[in-house]
Design a protein around this ligand. Structure first.
Ligand code: ZN
Length: 242
């Protein structure tokens, strides 16, 4: 069994299309999404359709999915962030917003695997796991050997009983008795200095995950952001991977 773990797609249809093509080439059977299908880029509806068409095993709700599907006032948002959220709300159908709002904050897939967007200790507070200290709080609430998450847009592996593997990993083989928090990186807005779309392939039977990076048409995604009137920074950062 091969799962593709996709996270932080962020309405980037060009990146998602390239990643799905690669996943098919790699013989992926099933899909898991760690949240934030929408926000930042210009194709929220199209990306939602693509994700739903995959009939993923699990999709959890990210903070952008949450903002875009609620009516709450955008207090505490900087003006650019508020503009992106409002634009996304305006460009989703009522049924899209309904679908997003019903997604769980975290989900246990089976006896091996948990999925969350931000953290397991307080999943709706949208904290970030950047280091071993913040990973430790989540490990307390992790009752499976493996947890996939996102939110930082930086791929990496935290091992409760071992080291930290940064985004440069290509493959990790699980050790029996260890506990892992694994960040899938971002399909639609990578922030680890590598502009290529990121996703994971997970083979539970082999106890193995591999990080894949895929080139996509960044210029097309940037053009759409500008045409939509979304903030310029959403376009420029794609080429920088920041
Ligand atoms: Zn995100």
């Amino acid at each position: 069994m091969k799962y593709a773990i996709l996270g932080d797609i962020h309405a980037n249809l060009e990146a998602l299309t390239a990643v799905l093509e690669k996943a098919r080439d790699e013989g992926v059977d099933k899909f898991i999404c760690t949240g934030d299908i929408v926000g930042y880029n210009a194709n929220p509806r199209e990306c939602l359709e693509q994700v739903r068409a995959l009939q993923p095993e699990v999709v959890v709700r990210g903070n952008h999915d949450d903002y875009a599907s609620s009516e709450t006032e955008l207090i505490g948002f900087n003006p650019q962030a508020a503009r992106v959220v409002q634009w996304t709300r305006d460009h989703l159908a009522a049924e899209d917003r309904q679908w997003l709002s019903q997604l769980p904050l975290h989900r246990t897939l089976d006896s091996h695997t948990t999925i969350v967007h931000a953290t397991l200790d307080m999943p709706g507070r949208w904290g970030y796991i950047f280091d071993k200290l913040s990973a430790r709080a989540s490990f307390t609430y992790q009752f499976t050997p493996v947890c996939f998450y996102g939110h930082t847009h930086v791929p990496g592996v935290f091992d409760k009983f071992g080291g930290v593997t940064d985004g440069s990993f290509q493959e990790t083989v699980f050790e029996a008795g260890h506990k892992y928090m694994i960040n899938a990186g971002s399909v639609g807005q990578p922030r680890d200095g590598d502009s290529r779309a990121a996703f994971l392939i997970f083979e539970p039977g082999e106890g193995r995950i591999a990080l894949h990076r895929v080139e996509y048409d960044i210029k097309a995604a940037q053009r759409k952001i500008k045409q939509a009137g979304l903030p310029e920074r959403c376009a420029t950062r794609l080429a920088l991977g920041r």
